[in-house]
Design a protein around this ligand. Structure first.
Ligand code: NIG
Ligand code: ZN
Length: 406
């Protein structure tokens, strides 16, 4: 792989610990890493030069919460919701049926198409979950396929008790044979702790078994109403709790307390539980937007993620999440950019590798078709992604769609 100089960058938002924003900068990408940052006139010689033409550059998005391993869609459910029906966890079983019926080839193609779409929108680091298999064979198949395509895979056997199964027996399976079978392919485990999905007691069993199996933990919590998800996540030292739409003062205090050993100035210390806000999902389910402002003001580290899935958030656009966070959640642009990059990296435990433009980190960056990153919120919905490099390679030019019609 040859070294590339990206030069004539109008505004370089590094999101490094000093929050440096450089005017008229250049970056060298070498062997998949960021090798140099500075003034174009001092740049070392490279094989390739890319003239950014005064465009803005920033780190690639880190999307720490997706459910990309699925077949089929649920447009009819979406339309019914827009006509007034509430979202219910039971819709997951519709996707389970379609996904179980898809071949390995079909699932691989669908997942690769979705990753390509995300890359083309500036996402360079992706987590995805299982959770539409819901039996030992299918959860394992989905985890195996996903592990060959995305950066990190999360085991979500505890997404829904499949139709016809007994909740307690199914929880035993999630904690037993299913966990053993998926274990080689996953780094994290998650549980949907919510009315209509898994109870506090069942969630506790899942988190205990998965922790004992050496997996890092995350929780879907407080999405559809107040509940024990946030409290459990903090108690178990989960890396993140995601959704966080309905929080009481004790939930916010627990999350803030988990960050007491963290130095926000330097971005070092003992990480707590990241609160992951999913604004695209909140809009698509007509839930109140997660109160990222309140969480930040309390000292909680937050992430923004797409939650791309066919039920509640069929978009992988992190730019859309960033504009919504600024326009509707009252985050500053810098707070939103940080949450969509370093916040996601923290939630995935890879803050030393990705999430900012710093020498030594993976060469993940995006150029905007705009002179400053403010345009992401200033011109919402516009096609602002210019060029995207992941580990030093361009990934924005793959013409592949995620939803083949035949
Ligand atoms: N809340 C649980 N899981 C997904 C929705 C999955 C679905 O409805 O298919 C979510 O994060 O929103
Ligand atoms: Zn989710």
């Amino acid at each position: 792989m040859s070294a590339t100089l990206v030069t004539n960058i109008g505004e370089l938002t590094t999101l490094d610990p000093d929050a440096r924003v450089l005017a008229g900068a250049a970056v060298v990408l070498d062997r998949g890493r960021i090798a140099w940052i500075g003034h174009p006139r001092q740049a070392p010689a490279t094989d390739t030069v890319y003239d950014a033409g005064g465009r803005a550059a920033l780190p690639g998005w880190v999307d720490s919460h997706t459910h990309l391993m699925f077949a089929g869609d649920r447009a009819a459910e979406f339309e019914a919701r827009m006509a007034g029906q509430d979202y219910a966890a039971g819709g997951i079983s519709v996707t389970m049926e379609a996904t179980r019926a898809a071949t390995d080839y079909e699932l691989t193609r669908l997942l690769m198409g979705r990753v390509a779409e995300a890359n083309a929108g500036g996402t360079t680091y992706l987590e995805t979950k299982t959770g539409y298999g819901l039996d030992v064979t299918e959860e394992t198949r989905h985890a195996r396929i996903a592990s060959t395509i995305v950066d990190q895979v999360t085991y979500l056997g505890a997404h829904l008790v499949p139709p016809g199964a007994d909740g307690e027996e199914y929880t035993d399976l999630v904690c037993g044979d299913m966990l053993s079978a998926v274990r080689p392919y996953v780094k994290w485990a998650d549980v949907f702790c919510e009315r209509g999905a898994f109870t506090e007691e069942q969630s506790r069993r899942v988190l205990t078994a998965c922790r004992d199996a050496g997996l890092g933990l995350r929780v879907h919590g407080n999405q559809l109403g107040p509940g024990p998800g946030v409290r459990l996540a903090v108690e178990f030292g989960a890396a993140s709790v995601d959704h966080v739409n309905y929080l009481d003062d004790a939930d916010v205090a627990a999350l803030a307390g988990s960050w007491s050993g963290w130095d926000a100035e330097t971005g070092t210390g003992e990480a707590g539980t990241v609160a992951t806000c999913l604004p695209a999902c909140d809009l698509s389910t007509r839930q109140p937007l997660a109160d990222g402002r309140r969480l930040l003001d309390a000292g909680v580290q937050i992430a923004l993620a797409s939650n791309c899935n066919p039920g509640t958030s069929y978009t992988s656009s992190m730019a859309f999440c960033v504009s919504t966070a600024v326009l509707q959640m009252r985050l500053s642009l810098t707070e939103a950019l940080r949450a969509a990059t370093m916040g996601g990296a923290l939630a995935l435990g890879v803050q030393d590798q990705v999430g900012s433009i710093e020498v030594g980190k993976r060469a993940d960056l995006q150029l905007l078709n705009a002179p400053s990153s403010a345009h992401l919120a200033y011109r919402p919905g516009m096609p602002l992604t210019g060029a995207v490099w992941r580990a030093g390679e361009r990934v924005d030019r793959i013409a592949v769609g995620s939803a083949p019609l035949a």
